[in-house]
Design a protein around this ligand. Structure first.
Ligand code: GLN
Length: 309
């Protein structure tokens, strides 16, 4: 595959024009009141190639709320610590249900289907909280190391806003606790979980932070091997099968890249050994994934003719 012949800048500019008709067809997340205030018509996109070139368009350097994309980085952090204890406690199968669904937890004895739905991510955060009294700071430090941006920080207004109405997440954690799959006191656990979801990031930060999944576990930003190449391969497989909740099949069909979305409107995707790409647009489809972001990524893999397929 040759990346040199692709006009990434031109393609990003074209996409910015071509997604215009898709705005205004859906709404930003409002179950977290602080997110409802974000203007719906934002659009940014950033690409970083394996040889270190970067391309941006639109609001690619503007901060937004990372939300569920943080689930990817906490999983990378746990696996990077060599912690395999996670797998008896979290599955590796697509859920086929909404990101915050309770239904499977009852009959699967408190074991979430995968680490990229809320229940699974809460267990991953529980593992980090069990290893350190300072898990919140460690999560922020880890993300800053990967993004190279010391300004990435939890937006306390978003964290508090989510905590005040986090009834579903509380239900998930309590149910898992009843099966013995949560070990941290729940209030403490949510201090960490909601602050990780409230991290601010930009598309460019995300494209940089995802590079270990492009480079076999190596972060060119941190100049450090942050996980084994085997774990990078495994995480990419989980992203492809579980990264977009119950829309993961359609996303693989239309885009064809391992990816993770969040209700802040961000999506980050990777083509191993080639590039990472991040997009942000806050209006969400009914699955909680960025509507315009999905369209933009479909255009991106179609125009570049680069996907895993
Ligand atoms: N913080 C959100 C929640 O736990 C994250 C959900 C998401 O981005 N899909 O509900």
């Amino acid at each position: 595959m040759t990346l040199d012949t692709i006009d990434f800048s031109g393609i990003l500019e074209e996409i910015k024009e071509e997604v215009f008709p898709f705005f205004g067809k859906s709404k930003q997340a409002d179950y977290i009141p602080a997110l409802a205030k974000v203007p719906g018509d934002k659009f940014g996109m950033a690409v970083r190639t394996v040889d270190g070139q970067e391309f941006v368009v639109g609001d690619a350097k503007e901060d937004f709320s990372i939300q569920s994309i943080s689930k990817l980085f906490t999983l990378m952090q746990v696996l990077g610590l060599g912690d395999e204890d996670i797998w008896p406690r979290v599955g590796r199968e697509p859920s086929g249900t909404a990101f915050n669904s309770l239904v499977q937890l009852e009959y699967e004895q408190g074991i979430p289907r995968n680490p990229f739905i809320n229940a699974g991510a809460i267990v991953v955060t529980d593992i980090l909280a069990g290893r350190s009294a300072d898990a919140s700071r460690r999560i922020v430090d880890y993300y800053r190391m990967l993004s190279g941006n010391e300004e990435n920080r939890p937006d306390e207004e978003v964290a508090i806003s989510e905590k005040e109405c986090g009834y579903r997440n509380a239900a998930l954690a309590n149910l898992m606790c009843s099966f013995g799959n949560i070990h941290t006191p729940i209030a403490d656990l949510f201090d960490v979980y909601f602050r990780q979801c409230a991290l601010t990031t930009s598309c460019l930060d995300l494209a940089r932070a995802a590079m270990p999944l492009v480079c076999g576990g190596y972060s060119p930003i941190a100049d450090e091997q942050v996980m084994t190449s085997r774990d990078a391969k495994r995480i990419n497989a989980l992203l492809l099968t579980c990264g977009l909740y119950d829309a993961v099949g359609s996303f693989a069909y239309t885009v064809g890249l391992p990816a993770k979305s969040g209700v802040g409107g961000g999506i980050v995707a990777v083509l191993p050994k080639a590039f990472s790409v991040a997009v942000w647009s806050p209006e969400l489809d009914r699955y909680g994934n960025s509507f315009v972001g999905g369209k933009a990524l479909e255009l991106f893999t179609t125009k570049t003719d680069l996907s895993i397929f």
